[in-house]
Design a protein around this ligand. Structure first.
Ligand code: PGA
Length: 220
């Protein structure tokens, strides 16, 4: 069971308050070092595919590794929605990061219009077409309509999507989208839900700790 906290563009909690937690944190770039120094497994929220170059605003795999960062999110829906991230660049980022020795959590998921239009499977198939199995690759199913909205996918919807994703690509699949202490158990108990990618609730030490404890209980 893998629990990942995505702090997005928030400063986030004191990393020392999370010491000893079996989880991965994705703080903003300015807090990466604090999290590494506190002994947390620390991933970035995005990574470029090249070692260096004329790419203003980007960060490379070796730069992250040098800091003690061991992985990165790639293709989060907020990157796709607001910053023009495409399937092609998600594929490039994922491949570059994995080849450099980073772990990757690659995110996929449909919008509400796509779900209503019966396009969920086609969208997931397209998003996954740029990815290949790799021992350090984990996927996150994050239906866009459930992110930051309080509308969690039901455990049944999550299970169905996770099973479909795994039929296309063999990797652990995390669920993301309004995961909270109150719904974590039902979601994490589904057979193909291998963990959670937690946004809002990861900013609160008590909530995040409760989700990690639920995950540990289910695993044991
Ligand atoms: P949320 O965010 O838990 O606040 O919905 C999840 C995510 O975007 O990774």
């Amino acid at each position: 069971m893998i629990i990942v906290g995505n702090w997005k563009m928030f400063r986030g909690p004191d990393p020392h308050a999370l010491a000893g937690l079996d989880a991965i944190v994705c703080p903003p770039f300015t807090r990466l070092r604090d999290c590494v120094d506190a002994g947390l497994t620390t991933y970035a929220q995005n990574v470029h595919w090249d070692k260096e170059g004329t790419y203003t605003g980007e960060i490379s795999p070796p730069m992250l590794l040098e800091l003690g960062v061991t992985g990165s999110l790639v293709g989060h829906s907020e990157r796709r929605q607001y910053f023009g991230e495409s399937d092609e660049t998600v594929g490039l980022r994922t491949r570059g990061a994995l080849e450099a020795g980073l772990h990757v959590v690659a995110c996929v998921g449909e919008t509400i219009e796509e779900r209503r239009g019966g396009k969920t499977d086609a969208v997931l198939r397209r998003q996954l077409s740029v990815l290949e199995p790799h021992p350090n690759l984990v996927l996150a199913y994050e239906p866009v309509w459930a992110i930051g909205t309080g509308h969690t996918a039901t455990p049944e919807i999550a299970q169905e999507a996770h099973a479909f994703i795994k039929s296309l690509l063999d990797a652990p699949v995390l669920y993301g989208g309004s995961v909270k202490p109150e719904n974590a158990e039902a979601l994490l108990s589904r057979p193909d839900v291998d963990g959670a990618l937690v946004g809002g609730a990861s900013l609160d030490v008590d909530s995040f700790t409760a989700i990690c404890q639920t995950a540990a209980r289910i695993r044991s």
